[in-house]
Write a protein that binds this ligand. Structure first.
Ligand SMILES: Cc1cc2nc3c(=O)[nH]c(=O)nc-3n(C[C@H](O)[C@H](O)[C@H](O)COP(=O)(O)O)c2cc1C
Length: 209
């Protein structure tokens, strides 16, 4: 009798099948990612005209069920205005060293001001002064205007040991309803799995790449 052996699965599937909790898998991938410093992620929002728009922000901390995917920004920036009007966002991560992508979709909640104050206090002073100096995404009359603003902020806080958080600087958390993992397999088809959040936990499905 002739027997047919099932073809061996590419290695990427092993990592996708190792966890049944999407956030645990994300943490595992974060640990394995060849990162040196803060973790960049592309944040996509929707403008009031219905058009999508995206930019990179830094992920703050390791996301958990409680915290979501957190980031900090100017609360008067276009992204903040878009999120106030339509509190849904998508995030993407790509780690080229591992050839892995993660896509996140979720509901966005503003973070309490105390969280923003705590995060701001940990930033380097030069960065804190930059936040005071830069009216994020507003048109500048010239590059010199920004340099002048930075000079003013430096002077303003020169006698203060700690630079206070500007009232317009805050944070948001994306609480995921969907997380999708994509792992490249050299010389083979990629492995791809989607986790959907349900009232009873995460539900997984494999997807064609
Ligand atoms: C690697 C990288 C990290 C960034 N991190 C942040 C961040 O954490 N917060 C932020 O407001 N902008 C960050 N930016 C700048 C944003 O990409 C963007 O230019 C800015 O927030 C204005 O976006 P908006 O006009 O869509 O609101 C980062 C840019 C890069 C390239």
């Amino acid at each position: 009798m002739e027997t047919t052996l099932a073809p061996a699965l590419p290695a990427g599937w092993a990592t996708l099948l190792a966890e049944t909790d999407a956030l645990h898998l994300f943490q595992r991938w974060l640990d394995e990612a060849p990162l040196d410093g803060p973790v960049p992620m592309t944040l996509a929002t929707v403008r009031s005209d219905g058009h999508p728009t995206a930019r990179v922000v830094y992920l703050h901390g390791v996301p958990t069920d409680k915290t979501g995917f957190r980031f900090f920004t100017s609360l008067t920036s276009p992204k903040a205005q878009e999120l106030e009007a339509n509190p849904y966002a998508a995030l993407t991560f790509y780690w080229s060293g591992l050839d892995r992508q993660v896509r996140v979709e979720g509901v966005v909640h503003p973070l309490p001001p105390d969280d923003a104050t705590a995060a701001f206090s940990k930033r380097p002073r030069a960065n804190q002064l930059g936040v005071w100096a830069s009216p994020q995404s507003q048109v500048l009359s010239s590059p010199e205007e920004l340099a002048e603003r930075l000079h003013e902020a430096t002077e303003r806080f020169s006698t203060q040991k700690a630079v206070p958080r500007p009232p317009q600087w805050g944070g948001y958390a994306v609480h995921p309803t969907m997380i999708e993992f994509w792992a490249g397999n050299p010389g083979d088809l990629p492995s791809r799995m989607r986790f959907e959040r349900t009232p009873t936990g995460w539900q997984q499905v494999c997807l064609a790449p």
